[in-house]
Design a protein around this ligand. Sequence first.
Ligand SMILES: NC(=O)c1ccc[n+]([C@@H]2O[C@H](COP(=O)([O-])OP(=O)(O)OC[C@H]3O[C@@H](n4cnc5c(N)ncnc54)[C@H](O)[C@@H]3O)[C@@H](O)[C@H]2O)c1
Length: 405
Amino acid sequence: MATLKLGIIGAGGRGINSFGSMSLRHPKECQVVALADPNRPRMEAGLKKLGIQCDLYEKPEDLLAREDIDAVAITTPDYLHETYAVMALEAGKDVFVDKPLATTTQGCMNILEAGRKSGKLVYMGFNMRFDPVVQRLKKIVDDGELGKVFNIQSQEFYDGGKTYMARWNRLRKFSGGLFIHKGSHDLDVVNWLMGARPVRASAFANVSVLKPEGIPFELEEGETYGPNCTECQARAKCRDGFDIPADTFGKEAIEADGYVRNTCIYQSEKDTHDQGVCIVEYDGDQVASHSECFIGSITNRLYTVLGDRGTAVADLHANSIRVHPRWSKDVVEHKIARGSGGHGGADPTMFRNFLDCLLNGAEPLSNAVDGVWSVAIGEASEISRTEKRVVEISDLLDPKSDFLR
Ligand SMILES: NC(=O)c1ccc[n+]([C@@H]2O[C@H](COP(=O)([O-])OP(=O)(O)OC[C@H]3O[C@@H](n4cnc5c(N)ncnc54)[C@H](O)[C@@H]3O)[C@@H](O)[C@H]2O)c1
């Protein structure tokens, strides 16, 4: 068996720490032979971190022109996924795209179409599907323990101010908005568990805390704060101050592109929310809600799945699922073991599935069609929260499109 040659477009957090480091676990099956990122010092620091040598390109086009590369991972900021995924597919590469597939439903459809035309794999990097608790929950649903599922409530609590609002993620032009950027994970889990297609969505969301009025300290007269934690005069009294990794995101990398990863989360301009909720109606009388809070003092995901035979409450922090049968008090508690590796063991198993698709003809657990549907709900929710109206999914895509079969 020949070793797969992989390229990574976007040598940042996910490109290096996740995709790159997972590839090291399978040296006989794959090898990262090239990185592409406009930030050369970051690529060099990334290679050092991985302890490998490979070719570096500042332009993804140059990486994609290499005929020997079999597959690429797209781990750039979200707004670039469409461009590079389509280019890669047209260049005959199999593609792994981190979530979300793209920042618009149309962008996702363009990737889907390019994938179908090329006959190449579009692997949708929904690692949440590989979370051991989510996997067990899916089995409970598929085994019929809950009967017909009619309502799912998803809640994400995440102290994401530090990692999201300090970076490009806080601007819709780069991320599409949080319902797309982050919500696409959970909305996909809900779609997967529900086994139905979303029809319409509506949402409310705001920047409630991460704004100048929200700073967690008193300012003395004449005292300033920001623009980032490294330079902030009030750093000592701000409980949210944090340092950035000195290697891949340190001084040299900052000098190359001005990307500062600890921009003040209170002072920075943002046009996406720090907390919000969306509700979704499905095509078979089912409904769902997803709430996301990025200023939580807890970090957890909870999924409550209601069926006509029982209710399951999954707690990803406690690694447990409680199943409450409808006509009995005999609650069953499942305790679930986690594997090692990123996202509670989900990243390595997702990477294994990706390799199995390429090498052994396995089916991807999530594909571009799944990516389209979750972004469609996310986009409908972003429109809804802005325009204060219910948004039909059919305004964003043709549900009967052959591509979505
Ligand atoms: N699945 C998950 O759990 C998960 C978690 C975090 C992020 N993500 C996703 O992974 C992707 C990357 O996020 P991240 O947190 O690693 O971001 P990051 O900011 O850490 O890294 C992004 C990298 O892309 C590079 N880049 C910018 N423009 C580029 C271009 N034109 N060509 C090539 N590279 C370019 C940047 O220089 C940077 O090195 C995003 O799509 C994000 O939504 C997924």
